[in-house]
Design a protein around this ligand. Structure first.
Ligand code: ZN
Length: 244
């Protein structure tokens, strides 16, 4: 089985369509949360994602916020504005779908969470000192996370349990059946934050144990124009061009 690994779509339809139309082949889709929030097309992105074959999805913190399940004062003002906008915009089908999502999935030798193994919805896993405790909180060889919008690969040596961290490069392939455990963040489809505006995603093949990382262009200006028309904060539209 070859999985498309995607995270943090954030209602960005142009970015999602670029990934789905990329020509990269897969048999199943693993989505790591934050389907909505920030972007202008929550219903369209939900409809697109739901129609993917063999789809496994988990919930993200912005999905929880859009469902009104948390105090929005924990968000910065722009994120709060966008969450309130999204609450009004979402149709019943989108709400139902988001409400159906769980926080953790474990399948085919991998674990999937939005934030981190120890705090599946909320922890931003981006620093090496966070790694040992998080490796201790799942049992599969591989874990996929999202949430930071920044691609990262954490590794753990089997013998001495030493952890390390590196940034994958576009088109890099990692073979993961070498006994080393990994936590992989494929970056964000709809709002990359690593200084590169291209949409960020990966694939993982359960037979060859290969993770392949990709960056591709999408029509940032089209998304920005929709956001401005919808009255979403300009800063949220501007950041898409910088990948931050
Ligand atoms: Zn996110």
């Amino acid at each position: 089985m070859r999985y498309l690994i995607i995270s943090d779509i954030h209602a960005n339809l142009e970015a999602l369509d670029a990934v789905l139309g990329s020509g990269v082949g897969w048999d199943a889709t693993l989505f790591l949360g934050d389907l909505v929030g920030y972007g202008p097309n929550p219903n369209e992105c939900t409809a697109r994602l739901r129609h993917q074959e063999n789809l496994i999805s988990i919930v993200g913190n912005h999905d929880v916020a859009a469902l009104g399940q948390i105090d929005l004062d924990t968000f910065n003002p722009h994120a709060k504005f966008a969450a309130l906008w999204t609450q009004k915009e979402m149709d019943e089908g989108t709400k139902e779908y988001l409400m159906s999502l769980g926080q953790v999935e474990e399948l085919d030798g991998l674990t999937a969470v939005h934030g981190s193994p120890r705090d599946p919805v909320w922890e931003y896993l981006d620093q090496l000192p966070q790694a040992p405790e998080n490796f201790a909180r799942f049992t599969t060889p591989l874990c996929f996370v999202g949430h930071t919008h920044v691609p990262r690969v954490f590794t753990q040596e089997p013998r001495n349990r030493a952890t390390d961290l590196f940034v994958p490069t576009p088109d890099q392939t990692l073979t993961t059946d070498d006994g080393i455990r990994r936590i992989i963040n494929p970056g964000s489809v709809g709002q990359p934050r690593d200084g590169n505006p291209r949409t960020s995603f990966g694939t993982y093949d359960t037979e060859t144990h290969r993770f392949q990382y990709y960056r591709i262009e999408y029509d940032v200006r089209a998304t920005q124009a929709k956001m401005k028309k919808a009255g979403l904060p300009e800063a949220l539209a501007d950041r898409l061009a910088y990948g931050f």
